[in-house]
Design a protein around this ligand. Structure first.
Ligand SMILES: Nc1ncnc2c1ncn2[C@@H]1O[C@H](COP(=O)(O)OP(=O)(O)O)[C@@H](O)[C@H]1O
Ligand SMILES: Nc1ccn([C@@H]2O[C@H](COP(=O)(O)O)[C@@H](O)[C@H]2O)c(=O)n1
Length: 505
């Protein structure tokens, strides 16, 4: 099993700090108050000692972070903050992030669930935004009340919802934001903010994420973490004493006065907004798997061809491939009467249905040409990725048309090098009862070894390509070939300045 490391504080710190009140380039500056709390509102010695002991862990949440995951040769999964993949399409237009709202009572396991989702999703760039970062800045009297556990942090008025909505909106639309860092020991914002950027997925967690309708509108998926109150109380006591510099008596006082009633009045009623309710929090792997599947489906459904337009020569080439493939399908002879009254002898397709299936991601580049040659065609998707450690293809996602077994399938991949991914895709089609002779594999360029492997394993599959190159290099690229076609087409070729993940310790 892979180990999952998640260090909010260190991860956030590498993003670069920034001051407040910066103009973000869209005429809508965010004003973030960054007071100097510690000198103005001194803490009791016990709290400061506890905070020091815990170091940055006591600076709760850090508010936000960008993460990236990779599986190392050691099998350890590491989150790191480097190498942002494109957050815009080839026209330079911003892609919207998929926003997951995560709500639940205090210590229900929201942060733990967020970590599990990040791990399960394995998308390159995830930002975690915590509501805690948006606690309002306290005045002197309020601050003294907080030190006596008499300030209500569990009321909607305790949060700066306006700033929160502005921040989440900017993140959803790929803009940079400066997020306050909240310190639970001093009940105040740190003097510096954390800068974070948009992401493929933004996870937004907190006790009252579902109470504000502006925020709800920004969420693509809403998850409620439902954990028993006695478990939450036990976890909270432990956490507040060890991490937030609190004493047992104060924790219980605050819980009974504010936390428990807030759960009943504000938090539990918002459970009805949720798309998914996760009982027991982060240990509920079934729920996490469900969420993963849903998110993947959404992002694939949204991806389309991202507005990519083909260069005309490439377009012609792809159309030619499909036109040629059409000729390989069964036809029957027909005679039709023309308007001039003279019969014309021709042929018509003699099959039930054609479907397209693209092997993601490069296969998607061929979809437009297929749709033009054969209109209203249904297109399925298969996501196969090569595991860089083992060199083996891995099946990650599958969505095929319901009636695929009665169809002729145009299986698309831009290039076929060793044939490993194509063979896995063909195997998938066969497992779905598609007759082997009904499959046509189309590719702009194939490698010699791929052609032979596929032809040997699946002799009835028809292969249609424009050329066959002789060699495949150690990166599985065809030589001389056309490089990594997916990267070139989608503009994601970072080979020149790729940032490698740090080694896991
Ligand atoms: N399944 C679990 N079993 C044991 N402890 C847990 C579990 N989930 C969370 N915790 C602990 O409970 C505390 C609160 O969890 P956290 O995920 O931070 O909740 P929230 O973000 O809802 O406050 C943390 O100290 C965490 O380590
Ligand atoms: N200065 C503060 C601010 C907030 N709290 C408590 O934190 C809880 C929310 O954080 P979770 O990680 O538990 O979701 C909330 O219930 C507040 O009571 C605090 O104690 N001190």
């Amino acid at each position: 099993m892979s180990e999952f490391k998640f260090d909010r504080a260190s991860s956030a710190s590498s993003e670069g700090d920034s001051g407040s009140g910066e103009d973000h380039g869209d005429g809508e500056p965010l004003e973030i108050k960054s007071p100097k709390p510690s000198s103005k509102f001194p803490q009791s010695p016990s709290k400061l000692t506890a905070a020091k002991k815990k170091g940055r862990a006591a600076v709760a949440a850090g508010g936000a972070q960008k993460t990236q995951t990779r599986v190392h040769q050691s099998g350890i999964r590491v989150l790191y903050t480097a190498g942002r993949p494109p957050w815009y399409n080839t026209h330079g237009e911003l892609k919207e992030a998929f926003v997951i709202g995560l709500c639940g009572g205090s210590a229900s396991g929201k942060t733990t669930v967020a970590k599990r989702i990040i791990e399960a999703l394995d998308v390159p760039w995830v930002s975690l935004l915590s509501m805690d970062s948006f606690y309002k800045v306290l005045g002197e009297k309020e601050h003294e009340a907080a030190n006596r556990n008499e300030y209500n942090f569990d009321h909607p008025d305790a949060f700066d919802f306006e700033l929160l909505a502005k921040t989440l909106r900017r993140l959803k639309f790929g803009k940079k934001v400066d997020v306050p860092v909240y310190n639970f020991v001093s009940h105040s914002r740190e003097s510096q903010c954390k800068t974070i950027y948009g992401a493929n997925v933004v996870i937004f967690e907190g006790i009252m994420t579902f109470v504000n309708k502006d925020l709800l509108q920004l969420m693509d998926m809403k998850i409620f973490v439902d954990t028993d109150s006695d478990i939450r109380l036990a976890r909270r006591m432990k956490r507040d004493i060890t991490e937030r510099g609190r004493e047992l008596e104060g924790v219980l006082k605050q819980y009974n006065t504010f936390v428990k009633p807030a759960m009943e009045h504000y938090i539990a009623p918002t459970m009805s907004c949720a798309d998914i309710i996760v009982p027991r929090g982060g240990e509920n792997t079934v729920a996490i798997d469900l969420i993963r599947g849903f998110c993947l489906r959404q992002s694939l459904a949204n991806s389309g061809n991202n507005g990519h337009s083909h260069p005309s020569s490439l377009h012609r080439l792809m159309r030619l491939l499909f036109e040629y493939a059409m000729n390989l399908l069964p036809h029957k002879k027909v005679t039709i009467d023309t308007v001039q009254g003279i019969p014309y002898k021709g042929s018509r397709l003699d099959i039930k249905k054609i479907v397209g299936v693209s092997i993601l991601r490069a296969g998607e580049t061929m979809e437009q040409a297929l749709c033009e040659v054969y209109q209203n065609i249904t297109i399925g998707k298969i996501l196969i990725q090569t595991n860089l450690d083992t060199g083996e293809p891995e099946l990650h996602y599958l969505r095929l048309p319901r009636d695929i077994k009665e169809s002729h399938v145009m299986l698309m991949d831009a290039t076929v090098a060793t044939g490993a991914a194509a063979m896995m895709a063909i195997r998938v089609l066969l497992d779905h009862d598609v007759p082997e002779e009904n499959i046509i594999l189309l590719s702009m360029l194939m490698g010699d070894s791929g052609v032979h492997s596929i032809a040997y394993a699946f002799p009835k599959v028809k292969l249609v390509t424009t050329a066959v190159d002789s060699e495949v290099n150690d990166k599985f690229h065809i030589m001389p070939g056309i490089g990594n076609f997916g990267d070139r087409y989608f503009g994601t070729d970072f080979s020149a300045d790729r940032v490698e993940p740090p080694q896991a310790s």
